[in-house]
Design a protein. Structure first.
Length: 178
């Protein structure tokens, strides 16, 4: 059972630009079409948990809904999911610990935690077991940061590092419990 983060950041730690733009994610060409572990990651999870902003960003893209696994969307303001996501994404409300426990009780033991505020909320509750961070070698200068303030130190250990031919690097960190 684990909660996993799989996300890309700029070299200066941003997951989106100041206007929520993510076009910079494709600024570095990927001529070998390397998936950088995404498929293996998706096979290792039972469901996704993301915030409303991330769900709306993905839903607004000119693509089919990219997830075959259930997606649980955290929102305080939504009262229902968009019709086009019926049966694919489900609205959840409440505190992070309760939501996490409820999903585990339903058999969703390996969760993909996605979206800046959602990741920060899970970290604040010490509910992240693994971080897989792909660093795009570009400086944005401002935007939405991956990490926010925490009320305590949370220790991880780097268990794997990989550098791809296009200069992008990826690090896997696992929660360290001494």
């Amino acid at each position: 059972m684990s909660n996993k983060v799989f996300i890309a950041t700029s070299l200066d730690g941003y997951i989106a630009g100041k206007n929520n733009e993510i076009d910079w994610l494709e600024a570095i060409p990927n001529p070998d079409n390397i998936d950088m572990g995404y498929q293996a990651h998706m096979e290792s999870i039972d469901a996704l948990v993301m915030g409303r902003n991330t769900m709306e960003l993905v839903a607004s893209m000119d693509i089919e809904w990219p997830y075959s696994k259930p997606v649980f969307v955290l929102s305080k303001s939504l009262t229902k999911m968009p019709d086009k996501l019926k049966g694919k994404a489900f609205l959840v409300k409440g505190d992070i610990k309760s939501i996490n426990n409820e999903l585990k009780k339903k058999g969703y033991n390996n969760l993909y935690i996605d979206g800046g505020l959602t990741i920060q909320s899970f970290l604040k509750e010490d509910l992240v077991d693994e971080l897989l961070i792909t660093t795009i070698p570009i400086l944005l200068g401002s935007g939405i940061r991956l990490f926010g303030e925490l009320n305590r130190v949370i220790e991880f250990r780097c268990t794997k590092s990989e550098r791809y031919s296009n200069g992008i690097c990826q690090n896997r960190f696992e929660r360290y419990v001494g």
